[in-house]
Unconditional design. Structure first.
Length: 328
């Protein structure tokens, strides 16, 4: 099996086994090869091979067998190299108690965050996990997509009220022209992480941003706002919600929309290329969905309310978007 990197046919990668039977010796050979490339060869090629191989192995195994592969991966010397990457290690260490926190997103956004110093190998891995990999491109595009949606709603000639659920540091506001030109009435930023709420207070003090600490449970209980929003979105929250809670949250969000209001939900796609790497070395597990799966979260609500629904997958095949709009 040959790899194609930057349009050039390169040296043969170690063979990748598919199907239910996985040879641990083969996995060890693949990890050895990636380790060698990251340390003394082409780090991008090594990382791209590693994440692709782990995704393929993960998709071919049942959970108990995959858990065994994860344990084997974490015992391999490559882990010590990968954990020199500040993004990979922060996810694994979980200083805020969960993976995928707002600081990790800032590393991907490069929003003035101070990245801890690391080794040459760690820097090479970081340039992939936070920079040139397909998923970080998709995450940066997600931020831009939300900002452009805000601007499009503002361009209707209204001063919109916006609600972000699991807002993190609300970095999408920095890309919104409507926000810069003060054409937004209120931007409510809800997050359960007190440090994220504090950062929003610090960053957007004196603006229309209204940071609130709150949880999904509190939101569903009606403790956060009564409605009247023109745009409601959740950029990364649904990656962690099982279907029953996700459906309840969709109903609540739709009920809080004004006429012609827009709801945007984003979810990492089933088959995400980084899924195996994330679980093996970042200890980061998500709930992945297909387009029909995310549309299904709206099905019960759509049966009882007129709503326009559209779902699509981004060009990196990493993130699925579902956009719902209430009629006039």
């Amino acid at each position: 099996m040959q790899c194609i990197y930057e349009g050039v046919i390169g040296p043969k990668w170690p063979p990748v086994t598919t199907g239910p039977q996985i040879d641990i010796r083969e996995i060890n050979e693949q990890l050895d090869w990636a380790h060698s490339e990251i340390c003394t060869g082409d780090p991008y090629k090594g990382m791209d091979f590693l994440v692709t191989t782990l995704r393929d192995i993960r998709s071919s195994l049942a959970e108990p067998e995959w858990s065994g592969v994860v344990s084997f991966c974490r015992a391999h010397p490559i882990r010590s190299i990968l954990h020199q990457d500040p993004l990979t290690f922060r996810s694994y260490a979980k200083p805020r108690g969960y993976a995928g926190d707002a600081v990790m997103l800032d590393m991907i956004y490069d929003s003035g965050v101070l990245v801890p110093p690391c080794s040459r190998e760690g820097s090479s891995v970081f340039r992939y996990t936070a920079g040139s990999g397909r998923s970080p491109h998709a995450v940066r595009n997600r931020r831009l997509t939300i900002a452009r949606t805000v601007d499009a709603i503002s361009a209707r000639g209204i001063m919109p009220r916006i609600l972000s659920i699991a807002a993190g540091h609300l970095r999408e506001a920095e890309l919104s022209i409507a926000f810069q030109e003060r054409r937004i009435k209120e931007w409510v930023a809800v997050d359960q992480d007190s440090k994220s709420v504090e950062e929003c207070h610090r960053r957007y003090c004196g603006s229309v941003v209204n940071p609130i600490r709150g949880s999904v449970r509190g939101f569903l209980a009606g403790k956060i706002g009564t409605g009247g929003f023109d745009f409601i979105y959740a950029a990364g929250l649904f990656d962690y919600l099982k279907d029953p809670v996700a459906k309840a949250l969709v109903r609540k969000m739709c009920d809080m929309l004004n006429a012609e209001g827009v709801l945007l939900v984003a979810n990492f796609a089933d088959g995400l290329i980084d899924s195996g790497y994330m679980e093996a070395f970042m200890d980061w597990r998500l709930i992945y969905r297909k387009e029909q799966g995310i549309i299904g979260l709206f099905s019960e609500y759509c049966e009882n309310a007129a709503i326009n629904l559209h779902a699509f997958t981004d060009s990196w095949k990493a993130i699925i978007y579902c956009i719902a709009e209430k009629p006039h």
